[in-house]
Ligand binder design. Structure first.
Ligand SMILES: O=C(O)CCC(=O)C(=O)O
Ligand SMILES: [Mn+2]
Length: 207
């Protein structure tokens, strides 16, 4: 039984340490590192293209397109291992994840800045599940639109499952901070239910 913790009105998280055991964790990490099509795409920062500070792969159903920076991104196909893991999570969490974004933080210099997972393709109150492998890193959550926002820190360790749900993506932001400690690699998988039609129905038509 997984325990939901309400972090503010309508927003909840689950932290389930050691959701994967040691052997599952090791074989999944090995599988991801050796088989995924890793990329380091550019993002625009103050009008300049800079590489994201980590590696990334995006896997899912062929129709799980999403639009970002005026481009449409098509996921790479499932590996049987990732498909089985996603099906298992969908059963346990009663979700319909159809894609997974995998981030590889190669060292303490790699990070992810403050953001919410609030793309239109995810719908209004998405459940996002995250699975961490390798070196523990600090995952921070901070309330938005508040004069004295709450801050929460989670040390997401090897094999930990973390789930965000309800209004968490509209009321909170999250990030993975850099660390000066010498740390080994960390991988994180975020499971998502992406539907491009949500984008169409919420974007005003001009023609
Ligand atoms: O690495 C993490 O724990 C978080 C990843 C994340 O926030 C994302 O992929 O949107
Ligand atoms: Mn995120």
């Amino acid at each position: 039984m997984m325990l939901k913790r309400t972090i503010s009105d309508g927003s909840w998280v689950i932290h389930q340490p050691a959701f994967l055991d040691h052997d599952q964790q090791r074989s999944l990490q090995e599988h991801l590192i050796t088989t995924l099509p890793w990329e380091q795409p550019d993002i625009m920062m103050f009008g300049k293209a800079v590489k994201i500070p980590r590696l990334q792969a995006w896997i899912g159903d062929p129709d799980a397109h999403y639009r970002w920076s005026g481009k449409t991104f098509v996921p790479s196909p499932w590996t049987p291992v990732l498909k089985a893991l996603t099906d298992d999570l969908n059963q346990q969490l009663n979700t319909q994840f159809n894609s997974v974004l995998i981030n590889w933080y190669r060292s303490g210099d790699d990070s992810m800045g403050w953001h919410s997972d609030d793309e239109k393709e995810l719908g209004p109150n998405p459940t996002i599940a995250s699975l961490s492998l390798g070196e523990p890193r600090t995952f921070k959550l901070r309330e938005r639109h508040k004069t004295s926002p709450q801050n929460l820190n989670y040390a997401l360790g090897n094999g930990d499952l973390f789930v965000m749900g309800g209004a968490t993506q509209s009321h909170w932001r999250h990030c993975v901070v850099k660390t000066r400690k010498s740390v080994q690699a960390r991988l994180n998988l975020t499971f998502r239910d992406i539907n491009p039609e949500r984008h169409e129905t919420t974007t005003p038509r001009t023609n």
